[in-house]
Design a protein around this ligand. Sequence first.
Ligand code: COA
Length: 145
Amino acid sequence: MSMKVHIADFSSDYHRQARKLRAEVLRKPLGLPANDPAFNDRKEDVHFVALSREKVVGIVVLVPDYKPIVGKLRQMATAEEVRGEGYGIELVKALEDYAANNGLTSIVLHSRHYAVGFYEKLGYKVTSDVFQEVGMDHFVMEKSL
Ligand SMILES: CC(C)(COP(=O)(O)OP(=O)(O)OC[C@H]1O[C@@H](n2cnc3c(N)ncnc32)[C@H](O)[C@@H]1OP(=O)(O)O)[C@@H](O)C(=O)NCCC(=O)NCCS
């Protein structure tokens, strides 16, 4: 397996591929449209993409200014055909390295209920009661860097 994680420039081809993957993996199963304002990205956010043979097969986004010295991880998704091959973990590690090198001391995220085990493997802890987001049970999870 040749695995590469890159930071995609805003509006680059990698960014466009990543949006397509996010729409397919995160939005389509919930019946959410690919094009709505809530799906818009900000230039300030950092888009990490995992590549396999130059194709985007994974994505995660860092909101670096979520709170002072706290970053938010969002839009975590890998393509179904590469699941279990380590792309998810490599993406989160790249995000955490970038965050730590840029003065952030912790990461917070909203995990869909079925993804909690994935983030626990990476050292994240549940810090909230269950709550609803996009019509699904979620938990706040956090990790100190
Ligand atoms: C969750 C997701 C990003 C994991 O990506 P991945 O590419 O399969 O991750 P990896 O291959 O790096 O897996 C790392 C480890 O986490 C485990 N893991 C993956 N998904 C898991 C889950 N939902 N619950 C528990 N463990 C999980 C893997 O088994 C693997 O364990 P191992 O190292 O002991 O074999 C991917 O399944 C996905 O895109 N799911 C649909 C979208 C989603 O749920 N996104 C998160 C929204 S909050």
